[in-house]
Design a protein around this ligand. Structure first.
Ligand SMILES: N[C@@H](CCC(=O)N[C@@H](CS)C(=O)NCC(=O)O)C(=O)O
Length: 418
C-alpha cells in the first residue's frame, strides 16, 4: 500500500518528504488538502490535531511535522543511507535540521510573513529577524566553506530539509545581494536544488530579484490568517497579488546591455564560436587556435584565467562537474558576450578535483553585470591573461584544445560555455 502524503504543492514542507521519496525510490501518493477548510475537518484533525499539513499516513498510523515525515521516508530504505547509519552522523543530521529550522527558517518566515501581510508589519522587528537570520546563515556558510554536503560525503536527509528550509526565503527575500556574504550557502542551495531528485519534485527555482514588497493589505485577523497557506514556493517567484496593488515603482524598461554599446570590434564572438565548434579535432591547433589569435582583439575583448578557491571540497568528480555545470547554466545571461572552457583536473587519482578555466569576455574587464549577478564569481580567483606572455598564451591554447593533461594534472572533463 502506497504511503499517503496529505498537503498540496507547492509547499516546501510537503516537498521534503517527496524529495526523500525520490532518493530512496519509494512511491508516495500525494493528497491535496485545501487549507482553511479541509485541514479543519474532524477527519483531518484525527490525522493531525494541529490541523496542519503535511501529514503522512503509514500502515501504522499518521505522522505529522514535515521533518519527522522526511526522516521516516529516508529510513524506509536503510541501504541508501539517506538517513545515515552511524549514531554520530544521525546526530549531525538532527543538528542541522534543528539549526536550520530554529536559527534560519523561523526568522526568514517571520520576515516573509510580515511583508506578505500575514502578520502586522513592524520595521524594528523586521530588522531584528533579518539580523538573526544573518547570524544563522553565517554559521551555515562557515561550515559549508569546505563541504559539499552537511553530513559526510553524500546527500542525506539533512540536505533535503535544509535546502527546503531555505527555499521560501530564496524565492521571496533572500536576494543574491542579501546572500552575497554567504557564497557557500548560495552554492550549496543551488547545487542541491539542481539535483534530479529535487528538480523532479520542485521544478525550476527562481530567486527573488528584489526583496518582496510590504503588502498594503493589513495583516489578516488571526482566524483568516489560519486560512492562508504558508508561502507557496513556485507561485512566490512571481510577485504576490498584493505587490501589484502597492506603490512600488514599476520596473523601468530594461536598459540596453552596456556590452552592446561598446565600440565595434573586428573580432566577432559568434564567428569564433562557429570556428571553435566546426573545426575537426585533428586540425584544432592549425585552424581554430591560429584563427583565434589571428582575430583576437585586446581592445574589444579580454581573456581571464579562473581557479576554484575551495579545491579541497571537491572530493567527488561528479559533484565537481555539477558545480561547473551549475555555474555555466547561471551564466546564460551573458552567453552572447562570453565564451569559456572549464576543466576539471585531477592531481592524484581520486581527487580532490581542481577547476581551472579560461573565459573570453567582451570588453577589457570582466563585465560588471557578471560580477553583480553571478555569485559563483566569488568562488574563483580571477587573473587577466597577459597575451604578450607566451606561457600564458600556451595555457589558453591547452584549455581550448583539451589535451590529456593541463598544468601537469590529468584532465577529467572539460566543459565549454559557448
Ligand atoms: N512545523 C510544521 C509546520 C506546518 C505548517 O505550518 N503547515 C502549514 C502549511 S506549510 C499549514 O498547514 N497551515 C494551515 C494552518 O495553519 O491552518 C511542519 O514542519 O510540518
Amino acid at each position: 500500500m502506497a504511503l499517503k502524503l496529505y498537503g498540496s504543492v507547492p509547499n516546501a514542507n510537503v516537498f521534503k518528504a517527496l524529495i526523500a521519496a525520490e532518493y530512496v525510490g519509494e512511491s508516495i501518493e500525494s493528497v491535496p488538502v485545501e487549507l482553511g477548510t479541509q485541514n479543519k475537518t474532524p477527519e483531518f484533525l484525527k490525522l493531525n490535531p494541529a490541523g496542519k499539513v503535511p501529514v503522512l499516513v503509514t500502515p501504522q498510523g499518521p505522522i505529522f511535522e514535515s521533518n519527522a515525515i522526511a526522516k521516516y521516508v529516508s529510513k524506509l530504505r536503510p541501504a541508501v543511507e539517506l538517513y545515515p547509519a552511524k549514531l554520530q552522523d544521525q546526530a549531525l543530521v538532527d543538528q542541522w535540521v534543528d539549526f536550520s529550522q530554529n536559527e534560519i527558517r523561523g526568522y526568514v518566515q517571520e520576515w516573509v510573513s510580515m511583508r506578505a501581510g500575514r502578520m502586522p508589519y513592524d520595521k524594528t522587528r523586521e530588522g531584528a529577524v533579518k539580523g538573526k537570520a544573518m547570524e544563522g546563515l553565517k554559521t551555515l556558510n562557515n561550515y559549508l566553506a569546505s563541504r559539499t554536503y552537511l553530513v559526510g560525503n553524500k546527500v542525506t536527509v539533512a540536505d533535503i530539509i535544509v535546502a527546503c528550509n531555505l527555499l521560501g526565503g530564496i524565492q521571496n527575500v533572500l536576494t543574491s545581494g542579501f546572500l552575497k556574504p554567504f557564497p557557500h550557502v548560495t552554492r550549496y542551495f543551488w547545487t542541491q536544488v539542481n539535483q534530479p531528485e529535487f528538480k523532479k519534485v520542485i521544478g525550476e527555482v527562481t530567486q527573488a530579484a528584489k526583496e518582496m514588497p510590504v503588502s498594503e493589505k493589513p495583516a489578516a485577523a488571526p482566524k483568516a490568517e489560519k486560512k492562508k497557506e504558508e508561502p507557496k514556493p513556485k507561485k512566490e517567484a512571481a510577485p504576490a497579488p498584493a505587490a501589484d496593488e502597492d506603490d512600488e515603482p514599476k520596473p523601468a524598461p530594461k536598459p540596453k546591455n552596456p556590452l552592446d554599446l561598446l565600440p565595434p570590434s573586428p573580432m566577432v564572438m559568434d564567428d569564433w564560436k562557429r570556428l571553435y565548434s566546426n573545426t575537426k579535432v585533428k586540425d584544432f591547433r592549425e585552424v581554430a587556435i591560429k584563427g583565434f589569435w589571428a582575430s583576437y582583439d585586446p581592445a574589444g575583448y579580454s581573456l581571464w584565467f579562473c581557479e576554484y578557491k575551495y579545491t579541497e571540497e571537491n572530493t567527488a568528480s561528479f559533484m565537481t562537474m555539477n558545480k561547473v555545470s551549475g555555474f555555466l547554466q547561471r551564466m546564460d545571461f551573458v552567453r552572447k558576450h562570453a565564451f569559456a572552457k572549464m576543466a576539471i583536473l585531477e592531481e592524484k587519482a581520486g581527487g580532490p578535483f581542481h577547476i581551472s578555466g579560461v573565459w573570453l569576455f567582451r570588453g577589457t574587464e570582466i563585465p560588471k553585470q557578471v560580477l553583480d549577478e553571478s555569485y559563483d564569481m566569488e568562488l574563483y580567483d580571477w587573473a587577466k591573461v597577459d597575451v604578450n606572455d607566451s606561457e600564458q598564451k600556451e595555457r589558453v591554447n591547452d584549455l581550448l584544445e583539451e589535451p590529456d593533461t593541463i598544468d601537469g594534472k590529468t584532465v577529467v572533463e572539460v566543459k565549454c560555455f559557448k
